[in-house]
Design a protein around this ligand. Structure first.
Ligand code: FMN
Length: 353
């Protein structure tokens, strides 16, 4: 339920307003260097940026409880805790009676008898902090094999990045709060998010992920295929509403003669001329960069008045949300997508697929 992976296996625990959130990461080979500084840097990229993110301020300092000795994995499960500090339960209590449309409140209240609604409970984006921490360890395992991962915001609301992008562009997006690939787009994305915020509303966005250095044949087949496991894991990230590889749904408008990525030899290496498949065929890497996009919906908690129901009076009701929320999830989700991709690939690598 809360776990991802089979051999490199991460499970998350905690809730948004519990004392902490955290994860248990099993299967990290003994002796793997654990770079706490890199982990802190990755966590900083997930933090909300002023204006375009929630006003909740968390230090996000990971505490490695066990599993690491002298900076190296000791072969036992690694437990990472991240404390919650800036919590305010009061703003969430009304949702017990008037659930937020678009959030998990209604099904959770009806289905989970002990559901603690404060902060969105276990459905909060807060649980993505330990995922990013675990992802930084997975990333290290992949980098040792020459596999690199980078993501960026391909669009925010109606504002689209229409340029061809590389891993280097994705890495450059780390400089920009909206995770755009350049300063001009960063300003446009920022304006779009701030306009929604001013209207007490929210916007969605698309995160694109590029993975380089994956050898031809890497990945499982059928239900263990690389694209199947990546998509499955991406849909586990709160607010994900779609995943597409390569040309994605647009591939249906092409003919096979256009969509097939033709092979050629380049200095003795097999390469593809195009990358419509997103670097995966038959569930396995075809040597091209792996490229996929993840759609994040507009943040459900908005200040504008919405229709809902009152579960106590069984009457129709209205709701105006007062708490602190991200007006757009996508910029913060970029580092989560990178982390989840790293965990999936590192797990497939450890499984020898
Ligand atoms: C990084 C991140 C931050 C999020 N911040 C918020 C937020 O501030 N307010 C909110 O209502 N939802 C936020 N969400 C989304 C909710 O957690 C999510 O919509 C909710 O759990 C329902 O799940 P679903 O959207 O996958 O159906 C965030 C998600 C992520 C990944």
């Amino acid at each position: 339920m809360y776990a991802l992976g089979k051999k490199l296996r991460m499970s998350v625990f905690g809730k948004s307003h519990a004392p902490c959130v955290g994860c248990v990461l099993e299967g990290v080979p003994q002796g793997t260097e654990i770079d706490t500084e890199a982990m802190i840097q990755e966590l900083a990229l997930r933090k909300p940026s002023k204006g375009i993110g929630t006003d909740r301020v968390e230090k996000d300092l990971p505490h490695i409880v066990t599993g690491v000795c002298n900076g190296k994995a000791d072969g036992n499960p690694i437990i990472i805790e991240i404390m919650n500090g800036d919590v305010d339960d009061s703003k969430y209590l009304p949702f017990m009676e008037t659930p937020r449309p678009g959030h998990a409140d209604l099904p959770a209240l009806l289905e989970l008898p002990k559901f603690d609604i404060t902060g969105g409970g276990q459905f909060s984006g807060r649980l993505t902090a330990p995922i990013v921490a675990a992802g930084s360890i997975a990333r290290k395992l992949l980098e040792e094999k020459g596999i690199r991962i980078g993501a960026f915001c391909r669009s925010i609301g109606p504002v689209k990045d229409v340029s061809d992008r590389t891993l280097e562009d994705a890495v450059a997006s780390r400089k920009f709060p909206t995770r755009a690939c350049d300063g001009k787009l960063d300003r446009k994305y920022d304006e779009c998010i701030m306009a929604a915020r001013a209207d007490k509303d929210s916007v969605g966005g698309v995160v694109e992920c590029i993975i380089t250095g994956v050898p031809i044949g890497f990945g499982g087949i059928w239900f263990e295929s690389l694209d199947a496991e990546l998509a499955h894991a991406m849909f586990g990230i709160p607010a994900c509403k779609g995943v597409e590889f390569g040309k994605g749904f647009a591939i249906t408008e092409m003919r096979g003669s256009q969509s097939n990525d033709a092979y050629r030899f380049d200095d003795g290496r097999i390469v593809t001329r195009t990358n419509n498949m997103g670097g995966i065929v038959g569930g396995m890497a075809d040597g091209a960069d792996i490229v996929f996009r993840v759609a994040f919906k507009p943040t459900p908690s908005i200040g504008a008045k919405q229709d809902t129901v009152n579960l106590k009076t069984c009457q129709d009701a209205e709701l105006e949300i007062k708490g602190r929320h991200d007006p757009c999830i996508a910029p913060r989700a970029v580092s989560v997508v990178e982390a989840v991709a790293a965990l999936v690939l590192a797990d497939q690598m450890e499984r020898g697929l």
